[in-house]
Design a protein around this ligand. Sequence first.
Ligand SMILES: Nc1ncnc2c1ncn2[C@@H]1O[C@H](COP(=O)(O)OP(=O)(O)O)[C@@H](O)[C@H]1O
Ligand SMILES: [Mg+2]
Length: 279
Amino acid sequence: MTDPGAIGLGTTLAGRYELVAEVARGAMGDVFEALDRVEGSKVAVKVLRAEYLADESMRRRFRREGAVLKALDHPAVVRLLEVAVDDDGVVFLVTEFVDGETLAERLSKGPLSIEETDALVDALCDGLGAVHRHGVLHGDLKPANVIWPGEGCPRLVDFGASKILGLDRLTATGEISGTPAYMAPEVLTGKADVDHRIDVYGLGVVLYEALSAKPPFHDGHVGRLMMKIDAGDSLPLDAVADVPDAIARVVDRAMHRHRDDRYADMAELKTAWQRARQA
Ligand SMILES: Nc1ncnc2c1ncn2[C@@H]1O[C@H](COP(=O)(O)OP(=O)(O)O)[C@@H](O)[C@H]1O
Ligand SMILES: [Mg+2]
């Protein structure tokens, strides 16, 4: 029997996944590197944190993450192997292990070059385009939710705040799931039903931070932070990063406070980036 509160290194879940290293303690789940004893391979296991096991809305978010990942198959989206249930009813997600650092870790050492950012734009625009075609919004884009492996394509992780069009209520419910500093103004203020343009915004914010190593909005006081975001009150990218005008304009437009003034979708953002790179 697995006591859910005691899941940790050395625990073997479902008689198969042996937790061998702690990777991260996230907001919602603990992520472990695990050995899949059946396949003999390294996998990542995400377990809902013990303190949330009894919380129905967190359990729902966790199951949602599994259901969403199951439907997605894209090189820029972390690959789900299994939504597994232990004998004791502990639900956990098994995904490919992405060996690398998160974009947040990478940016703690300084900004990306424009060439490195090209690869990020390519992968994330394509990946998010595929996510949106499935009627899903990621909803929590930020550097900690992008893993950059030593080799291959950057991967989007963490669909714990995702929404499914036509299924979830996309209107303001007062329930905010996501990370305020990276959230679109219409999400924070609950002014409108949200759509995929919250991810256009989120990617814009990620690109701003990628090129400058600074988040566009930060304030220790969450109320002031929200007001800054709602007002679009950030330094222009070219004031904090050494980038050509045309690139700064693309990023500023992606993260425009009014969604009608953003790019309409990921494909349009990608095309605009490529044009700006040739300018
Ligand atoms: N498949 C994976 N391979 C390697 N590391 C991962 C993987 N998935 C998540 N991580 C790491 O665990 C952290 C937390 O995972 P995440 O899914 O974002 O959980 P949370 O919802 O708690 O934020 C990530 O920021 C990343 O560092
Ligand atoms: Mg996360």
